[in-house]
Design a protein around this ligand. Structure first.
Ligand code: TXA
Ligand code: MG
Length: 366
């Protein structure tokens, strides 16, 4: 007879505004269950990081490759001592980053302590551990009550856009996790945390809301940026960087400058074309057959674009209130204006990943 664990489970939806529900979610986490919860960046899929069985359920639910380590979430920097995650005292640079940005959307990769009791799968056998203190009040309450370090990747199926609401989580994982804590409030950032590596030359492994300039201002240190595209045969510092990410089903191209010409080229090639752009760009495009706009933000800002991006990408796969039911053959993504620093740089990083190497140029047959 199959074990109870291998039976499909249907996630229970808990309310983020109900104290009892948050305590229940914390209890589930303490007792080997996997629970999705909101953070200020995206929803995470949490499990007790010291419990190998619970951690393995994260990898199974997400269909995540075993060589991709998980971020350990803690309630405060003091938990670094409590859980012996990294050798103490903290190096001065790490201490300054923790002071300046925790709680908040910054993940710091530090040497793994030999006394850490983490399940080996959390660090995927690496000698380092990625640590984050989220500032979302539901995440903070849950971590404080769980009393254990919580391993939590984004709560999506591997390769899909990260979830920015509970419905996204349920769409991807409802049969594979125990519960999701819902919040009706919109998530603040909409893109995953900035990941910095402090185990060697200080490096930004993944851009996020906290910009290189913010890091430099707080620490006086100029952080390197890791290469975005991973070369064949090279093991990247953040293994997640080598995987296809955020990609909708239809091929996505980044279009800078006038989108009208690109739309015409696609139409001439007989394609059903989707446009992902700020509302102001969408309303300027003529309403014609075979062109479907999904607005991504409505104030022209990179922050607004970032908040809407994953829901808009999911809309092209038929999800949510903007769902494109009939599908499209190609998606043209028009980035917001300010993409040079901070959240704008992070938006471009995610768009390039969603374009999966189709860097900016459309085939001439379009
Ligand atoms: O905002 C976020 O960071 C969200 C929320 C839920 O906290 N989490 C998130 O986790 O985005 P995930 O697993 O989707 O992305 C974590 C990234 C991956 O690219 C992974 O390879 C990298 O961090 N990472 C984790 N541990 C690492 C380590 N020890 N060394 C280098 N990179 C690491
Ligand atoms: Mg992820």
């Amino acid at each position: 007879m199959p074990s109870k664990r291998s039976q499909p489970v249907t996630a229970r939806v808990l309310s983020g505004t109900n104290e009892l529900d948050i305590s229940h979610a914390a209890l589930l986490l303490k007792t080997s269950r996997v629970v999705a919860f909101p953070t200020e960046t995206v929803y995470g899929l949490g499990a007790d990081a010291t419990n190998a069985q619970a951690v393995s359920r994260i990898f199974t639910a997400k269909r995540r490759p075993a060589d991709n380590p998980l971020i350990v979430h803690i309630a405060s920097a003091a938990d670094l001592y409590k859980f012996n995650l990294t050798p103490m005292p903290l190096p001065p640079l790490a201490a300054r980053l923790a002071d300046a940005f925790w709680p908040g959307p910054l993940t710091v990769v530090l040497p793994l302590s030999e006394h850490a009791r983490l399940a080996p799968a959390v660090t995927a056998g690496q000698a380092s551990v990625a640590i984050r203190v989220p500032r979302h009040p539901i995440a903070a309450a849950l971590l404080a009550r769980a009393g254990v370090p919580i391993a939590a990747p984004s709560a999506n199926l591997s390769g899909r856009p990260s979830p920015t609401c509970a419905k996204h989580v349920l769409r991807d994982l409802s049969d594979a996790i125990d519960a999701v804590v819902d919040t009706s409030q919109a998530i603040q950032c909409g893109l995953e945390s900035t990941v910095v590596d402090l185990t060697g030359v200080p490096t930004i492994l993944r851009p996020g809301e906290i910009a290189a300039s913010d890091l430099q201002k707080a620490t006086g240190v100029c952080f390197r940026r890791a290469a975005e595209h991973v070369q064949e045969g090279v093991v990247p510092k953040a293994p997640g960087m080598k995987y296809r990410h955020y990609a909708p089903t239809a091929p996505l191209y980044i279009v800078e400058g006038g989108v009208e010409g690109a739309v015409d080229d696609c139409k001439a090639a007989g394609k059903r074309v989707g446009v992902l752009a700020d509302l102001s760009v969408c309303t300027r495009l003529p309403q014609v057959a075979h062109v479907i706009c999904v607005p991504c933000g409505d104030d022209g800002s990179a922050a607004g674009f970032a908040r809407a991006l994953y829901a808009s990408l999911r809309a092209f796969d038929g999800e949510g209130t903007n769902a494109v039911a009939e599908g499209v053959d190609v998606i043209l993504a028009v980035p917001p204006d300010d993409v040079e620093n901070g959240i704008g740089e992070a938006v471009m990083n995610r768009l390039r990943k969603a374009a999966a190497g189709r860097d900016e140029k459309m085939p001439s047959t379009f």
